[in-house]
Each structure stands twice: as structure tokens, then as C-alpha cells.
Design a protein around this ligand. Structure first.
Ligand code: MZP
Length: 499
């Protein structure tokens, strides 16, 4: 007879946090959400520490280069999806790594012999009023001048006037030299009262533009997560099949951290992948593994060299693994069990292997619960899929804007490498669905609001860091009846949209 665990498998909605004593110091601006992403020895610092405890799921509908930049700006890490060709994934990593905060590649460019007509057309097409004039009309051509709306009056000059006649020529422009820092560029913008600054190399090839408004936006992201060269930290997912080709290509593209993306991580395939990484790169390459839901699974991956361990099977919003195969574990039970294993391992070895609660976050308070239960950070799919920055399409359905969101185990994604343990190379049956999620606007606003709630709850618990939350937090199970009193009840809501 199989072993039957006596504790039911529980999920986040079955728990609540109990407030603790809050001193006057307990206010959200004093809370730090810094958290380790990769393993470290007692007394040492992890190679990567995130400024917020959020990562985005390794999914086609969630994490591309755009998401990587948007999330790193907030202080978290996106794991660019691996269910695409090695070349495409490496390209996404390269694009995210070459994104220079505040520096943009000019997307509106003309040659000096083009005309006012071309200026008007380009302005309509791109929506930008600054046009770089380069010798060959390419974004990296030799800079000849700039055209902004101050340079021409449509009513006064004929449409066929060449750009060279009304542009501000390069000898009258203020420009910066390649290598200039963003704050030096901003100083020039202010000193010379201009709205944009072209940046050129020694041969006057255009390298990019800095806009006054972008610098201000950049300053709104004090928690951005940067490497030592001031580029955004970028993650990527890999599988247990083509790692020997994929990993070198991703490293070449500049990836900072990898994760093995699999629905079930307690396997020889993961051990082989981790061994290959350690044999070839030692500890210099950072790679997480998973997913597991219990102590044994954690221990196996930690001992095989994982830099972090992802927790969660069957709890994802688009996941039907539990229905299809009857396997998995309630996310709360899984996190609690694995967190205990992590602490045990740390005591025994002095090595702290962070754990990630992956999937199943529905309400913002689930984030706080996951952290209190021991997760060092969280991975979210549905949450991020709803934002402007996710790669999926925004569609109008039954009078509301939605974003498409599909599982990696759905027929749409066909990510067989994530599900198949054996030798076959196709998806035999689906473990995920294709769906819509309500469109929710910008990542920046949503993440800030969610984390304000997390910080505010932490203050109610009387703690100012995630570590303290894990040490001092108190959690209670809720009865089915008491769940009712948690929402508005026994009143008639005036506005059905009040939540
Ligand atoms: P959620 O944030 O949407 O609830 O869950 C996202 C997580 O679900 C992913 O990080 C991944 O671990 C898991 N996932 C992705 N695709 C599937 C599937 O098709 C899935 N079954 O379970």
C-alpha cells in the first residue's frame, strides 16, 4: 500500500497571517524586500540578490526580452522562455542585455536628401517627433543632423524641401561621446537646455539618443537590478534535452542566470543537466532547478548543485496536471515542506539554497503568505501575462480587454521538453490550457501596488524584511465558515466593482 500523508494538501487561500506588534518604525517605506536569488555560504553574499521577490514565469505568454527589461527595472528577474529555437531565445537575451537604461536606439531616421514629406510620413508612422539624420538613413549611420518639430513649419516650406535645408546640422548640435554615463548625458541636456542628446562614437556614427523625459522615468526606478556593467540582469529557461547547445548560446548572449524549466524536477534528467553545467563551468554559471514539492525533491536538487530550487506542481492557473495525472501538491503545503528542508540543509552544510514558490498566486496577499511560509522569492505567470509588457496579444472579448495566456503544456505551446521524462519528442497529451486573463495595464503600476500591499502586511506583522517575516510571522489555518467573513458580507454592495 502506498504511504498516505496524514496532512491534507493545502493552498494559500486556506491561511491567514496574524498581526504582530508594530512599532512606529513599521511603515512601508522602511520595509526592504531584498532577497537572495542564488545560493550562498553562511556569512557570504549571494552572487545575485534581487531587490523585489518577483520573477516572471518561463512561458511564451509571459517572458520575452521586453518583460525582462520591464521587470529588471522594478528590481526582479524575468526568465525568458525556452520553448523556442536556441537562436531566438539567445536573440531575446541579447536584446535585453544590450538595452541601456535611458539610452535608446533611434527608430526614426532619414538621409539628408529625403524631404519634408518623408519627415511627416515618418512622424505619423512612428509617433516620434525627433528624427535623426544620418548619411545613409540608418540608425547607426554617420550623424548629419537632427530634425524636431521646431525645425520646420509645414505651412511655410514646400513638401519637397530636402531635410538638409531645415535640419539642425551636426555642427550646431550638442552631442555626447560613446561611453558617457546616463547622468553625464543628463547634465548636458540640462546645461544646454535641449530635450534630447545624440550619442556618437569617434567616427560620428550614431550610437543612440538620450531623452530628457526618459531620464526622469529612469529615476522612478530606484530598485532596478543591474549587473556590474550597469546592464539589466536577465534570466532564461533551459530544458534537460538540448542544454549542451542552448546553455553556451545563452551565456554568449550575456544571460546572468538560468533555470531548468520542468513540470517535475526530481529526476535523473535534472541531475545530468546540473552535472553538465558544473563539469563545464564550475560554479560560475548560476542555474536553478525544479519543480519539486517535498523535502526529498529539494535535497536531491540541492545536493546535485542547484543554485535555487523551484517549488510547485499542478498549482499554476493554466495547469491541468492534477486533473490529467492526479499528481501534485497544494502550493502552501509544498512551500512549507520544502522551506523546512532548505533550513535543515543550511544547518547541516552552511549552504543556503533559496527556494521559489512557482505558480498559484491569485491574490496579492498570497505573495506575502508564500514569503512568510519560507519562499525566498515567487514566480508568477498569470499575474504578469495581464500587463502591457507581456508578449501576448491584447484582445477585446465580450466588452472587456483581455490578454491571451496559455500554459507551456498546452497544445498551443507544445513545450514537450517540459513534460516528457522519457525519450519521445512530442506532446502526448495536454497538461495546460489556452485562456484569457483580464488586461490590467502597466507592470510598473501593478507591481508597485501589489508590493505596497505586501509591505503594508509585513508592517502589520511587525517585520521589516523577508527574513524577519519568516522568523516572526504567524500564520493560521482558516475554517470554511470564517472565509465568508473575510470579504464584504451581509451588506448590499452599491458598486458591484468594489472588491
Ligand atoms: P500561474 O502564475 O499562472 O498560476 O502559474 C505559472 C506557473 O505554472 C509557471 O511558472 C509554471 O511553473 C506552471 N506552468 C506553465 N505552464 C503550465 C501548463 O501548461 C504550467 N500546465 O503548469
Amino acid at each position: 500500500m502506498a504511504i498516505v500523508l496524514q496532512e491534507p494538501s493545502r493552498t494559500f487561500s486556506e491561511y491567514l497571517l496574524i498581526p504582530g506588534y508594530s512599532s512606529a518604525e513599521c511603515s512601508p517605506e522602511n520595509v526592504s524586500l531584498r532577497t537572495p536569488l542564488t545560493k550562498f555560504r553562511k556569512g557570504e553574499e549571494p552572487a545575485i540578490t534581487m531587490n523585489i521577490p518577483l520573477t516572471s514565469a518561463v512561458m511564451q505568454a509571459v517572458s520575452d526580452d521586453n518583460m525582462a527589461v520591464a521587470l529588471a527595472k522594478e528590481g526582479g528577474v524575468a526568465f525568458i522562455f525556452g520553448s523556442q529555437s536556441i537562436e531566438n531565445q539567445a536573440k531575446m537575451v541579447r536584446r535585453a542585455k544590450s538595452y541601456k537604461a535611458g539610452f535608446v536606439q533611434s527608430d526614426s531616421n532619414l538621409r539628408p536628401d529625403q524631404t519634408l514629406q518623408d519627415v511627416i510620413r515618418l512622424k505619423e508612422e512612428k509617433g516620434h517627433s525627433t528624427i535623426a539624420v544620418t548619411e545613409d538613413g540608418k540608425p547607426d549611420g554617420v550623424l548629419k543632423g537632427l530634425v524636431t518639430s521646431k525645425d520646420y513649419r509645414v505651412s511655410r516650406i514646400p513638401m519637397d524641401t530636402p531635410v538638409s535645408e531645415f535640419m539642425t546640422p551636426v555642427d550646431k548640435l550638442v552631442y555626447g561621446l560613446d561611453g558617457i554615463t546616463l547622468s553625464e548625458a543628463n547634465d548636458l541636456i540640462w546645461e544646454h537646455k535641449v530635450n534630447q542628446l545624440p550619442v556618437v562614437d569617434e567616427e560620428m556614427h550614431l550610437k543612440g539618443l538620450v531623452f530628457r523625459k526618459d531620464y526622469d522615468a529612469h529615476k522612478e526606478n530606484p530598485l532596478e537590478l543591474l549587473d556590474e556593467n550597469k546592464r539589466y540582469i536577465v534570466g532564461a529557461g533551459v530544458n534537460t534535452r538540448d542544454y549542451a547547445q542552448r546553455i553556451p548560446a545563452l551565456l554568449e548572449a550575456g544571460v546572468d542566470v538560468l533555470t531548468i524549466d520542468s513540470s517535475e524536477g526530481y529526476s535523473e534528467w535534472q541531475a545530468r543537466t546540473l552535472k553538465w553545467v558544473r563539469d563545464n563551468y564550475g560554479d560560475s554559471v548560476k542555474i536553478g532547478a525544479g519543480n519539486v514539492v517535498d523535502r526529498e525533491g529539494f535535497r536531491f536538487l540541492a545536493e546535485n548543485g542547484a543554485d535555487f530550487v523551484k517549488v510547485g506542481i499542478g498549482g499554476g492557473s493554466i495547469c491541468i496536471t492534477r486533473e490529467q495525472k492526479g499528481i501534485g501538491r497544494g502550493q502552501a503545503s509544498a512551500v512549507l515542506d520544502v522551506a523546512a528542508a532548505r533550513d535543515e540543509y543550511f544547518k547541516e552544510t552552511g549552504i543556503y539554497v533559496p527556494i521559489c514558490s512557482d505558480g498559484g498566486i491569485v491574490h496579492d496577499y498570497h505573495m506575502t503568505l508564500a514569503l512568510a511560509m519560507g519562499a525566498d522569492f515567487i514566480m508568477l505567470g498569470r499575474y504578469f501575462a495581464r500587463f502591457d509588457e507581456s508578449p501576448s496579444a491584447k484582445v477585446f472579448v465580450n466588452g472587456t480587454y483581455m490578454k491571451e495566456y496559455w500554459g507551456e503544456g498546452s497544445a498551443r505551446a507544445r513545450n514537450w521538453q517540459r513534460y516528457d521524462l522519457g525519450g519521445s519528442s512530442n506532446l502526448k497529451f495536454e497538461e495546460g490550457v489556452d485562456s484569457y486573463v483580464p488586461y490590467a495595464g502597466s507592470l510598473h503600476e501593478n507591481v508597485n501596488l501589489s508590493l505596497l500591499k505586501v509591505k503594508s502586511t509585513m508592517c502589520n506583522c511587525g517585520v521589516l524584511s523577508i527574513k524577519e517575516l519568516q522568523e516572526k510571522g504567524r500564520i493560521t489555518l482558516v475554517s470554511a465558515t470564517s472565509i465568508v467573513e473575510g470579504g464584504a458580507h451581509d451588506v448590499l454592495l452599491k458598486d458591484a466593482t468594489v472588491r
